[in-house]
Design a binder for this molecule. Structure first.
Ligand code: ZN
Length: 254
């Protein structure tokens, strides 16, 4: 369904090639424009015209790289699924509005037809012409709207469901984006922390060098740590003993 929608958007912007272009770009990143041209069997200029149109609409984005020898740029393209879906949603909302208006008009107004000329006119105009076709002189007949109303209602249902689907897909993309952002922030935080730690170590070393006490300090620290560890162990043992005695007491009570 998502694929179908993306094809629809591209077709809407460039008129055709939707399925080929989506097939080339979907779930990929930085696709070389020369590969796209080759696959589309178009010249590089034709291909670029199409890609620029899609880029102007915001459906695709590019990275470019300069060829150091030749001095020109090669463009690499990526499909922006979220923007594409938003673009399609706009189109669908417009269609939905016009279909709803049509339905309203069919529900509340009457239309007349000339069966011979296959012409339909509003009731006001039919009245103005005395219910006689201006082309052939036949009498207009009242249009039966039943089927049309049913069709319009179906179109509205379908469009509403499509918009719902698109909204859901956009939310999914947002969730992925937020998660990525959180990961990046965590990573950045960790990197900063590491950088600070390294800087601290460096400045400590520098200070130590200046004071001439490089070797002594760490050994002192080690001694301290050992002492601390012993204390911790003792504490743990005590806790265990306490727990055991507590258990005994509890059992004894029973
Ligand atoms: Zn007629």
């Amino acid at each position: 369904m998502l694929n179908k929608f993306l094809i629809q958007v591209v077709d809407n912007v460039v008129g055709r090639l939707g399925s080929e272009i989506v097939g080339l770009l979907y779930k990929k990143k930085d696709v070389n424009e020369f590969n796209i041209a080759k696959k589309l069997k178009l010249t590089i200029n034709q291909t670029r015209n199409i890609l620029y149109k899609l880029s102007d609409a915001g459906l695709i984005s590019f990275n470019r790289k300069k060829d150091k020898k030749k001095g020109w740029y090669t463009y690499f393209w990526t499909l922006d699924v979220k923007t594409s879906l938003k673009y399609l949603k706009k189109i669908l909302l417009k269609n939905l509005e016009s279909t709803r208006n049509q339905l309203k008009s069919r529900d509340t107004k009457r239309f007349y037809v000339c069966d011979y000329c296959n012409i339909e006119i509003s009731e006001e105009n039919a009245l103005l012409n005395n219910f006689t076709c201006t082309e052939c002189g036949e009498i207009y007949e009242l249009q039966d709207n039943t089927k049309l109303v049913k069709d319009l209602k179906n179109i509205i249902d379908k469009t509403e469901k499509e918009i719902e689907f698109i909204d859901l897909e956009i939310v999914k993309i947002d969730v992925v984006d937020v998660r990525k952002l959180e990961r990046d922030m965590k990573k950045e935080k960790a990197e900063k922390k590491l950088a600070r730690a390294i800087a601290r170590k460096k400045s400590a070393k520098l200070k130590a060098k200046l004071n001439g006490t490089v070797v002594k300090k760490p050994t002192k620290k080690k001694v301290k740590k050992k002492v601390k560890k012993k204390v911790v162990k003792k504490k743990v043992k005590k806790k265990v003993v306490k727990k055991k005695s507590l258990l005994k007491r509890l059992i004894g009570k029973k």
